[in-house]
Design a protein around this ligand. Structure first.
Ligand code: CNA
Length: 258
């Protein structure tokens, strides 16, 4: 029997026992949907030749030179025209329907958990679904932002000429829902970290609030600064969708097909 099959059996047993499951998801959960991650071997930064990923999402840099960010965001939004939730997004939505899930804390900005049917989602880094003018605060849907981007290199507010920014949390801005995320993590009896290198704080600190079991599913380096290896009950270095398909072969949840 493969090690990951044995781990899937153990994990399924823990899910059966649990009633307050929390998921902390990262970019690795969405790579199978076709959205590259930031730090994996085929990640977005490496592809774009960007050595310092933080510079792309640095709020000071954005205000000084928004064309740097928008050059990237244009390509990023194009990606979203063709993507949909993965098996694992749909698996966690099925856990919510089963009444097992306390919350999903996602570092992702792609709204694929909601597209899969999850409602208990805390977007700690915001999302691409809404945008606001930095000057007058006017709201812009992603569709209206795209229309402005079609005509301008850097989209400007049609009321005041201010700079429009997607509601993604940039480095230098405060994260969202931090208190609710910490509370969820502290009440979890089973905490999953899935597809995250755990290098971005404060999200990387959240597992340390958990008093229950911790399962990490990630193929690639996971920082141990805030989550020491000894604190992880199960470390699965396997493809995320393959692993949760195997877990579900034990649980038999009705995972909706897209
Ligand atoms: P990260 O630092 O890019 O780490 C992702 C991890 O997932 C890496 O260790 C990969 O090796 C691993 N991984 C990738 N694919 C798989 C797979 N199929 N099976 C197993 N492991 C896999 O991403 P984090 O989320 O930790 O970093 C935090 C940033 C990245 C957040 O602020 C996100 O907003 C941001 N981000 C989000 C998206 C998105 O919304 N989909 C995409 C790219 C980056």
């Amino acid at each position: 029997m493969k090690m990951s099959d044995r781990q899937a059996g153990i994990c399924a047993g823990w899910i059966e026992d649990a009633s307050d499951i929390v998921l902390l998801s990262g970019a690795g959960l969405s790579t199978a949907a076709g959205i590259p991650d930031f730090r994996g071997p085929d990640g977005l930064y490496r592809r774009a030749g960007i050595d310092e990923p933080e510079s792309l999402f640095d709020i000071g840099r954005f205000d000084r030179d928004p064309s740097f960010f928008y050059g990237f965001h244009r390509k990023f939004l194009q990606l979203f025209e063709t993507v949909g939730p993965t098996f694992s997004h749909r698996f966690f939505a099925a856990l919510e329907r089963r009444g097992k899930l306390r919350s999903i804390i996602t570092q992702n900005i792609d709204a694929l958990h909601q597209a899969a049917g999850s409602s208990k989602v805390l977007e700690i880094h915001g999302g691409i679904g809404s945008n606001h003018c930095r000057q007058c605060g006017a709201f812009f849907s992603t569709e209206s932002l795209k229309a402005l981007m079609a005509a301008q290199t850097v989209p400007r507010c049609d009321r005041c000429g201010g700079l429009i920014k997607p509601d993604i949390v940039f480095f230098g801005e405060s994260v969202r829902h931090l208190e609710a995320c910490q509370e969820s993590a502290s009440e979890a009896d089973l905490f999953f970290v899935v597809g995250s290198s755990l290098v971005v704080t404060p999200a990387a600190m959240l597992p340390s609030f958990c008093r229950g079991r911790i399962v990490v599913v990630n193929r690639g380096d996971v920082a141990t600064t805030y989550l020491p290896k000894r604190r992880v009950d199960l470390f699965v270095e396997e493809d995320i969708d393959s692993f949760f398909r195997e877990v579900n072969s034990h649980l038999g949840l009705a995972v909706e097909t897209p």
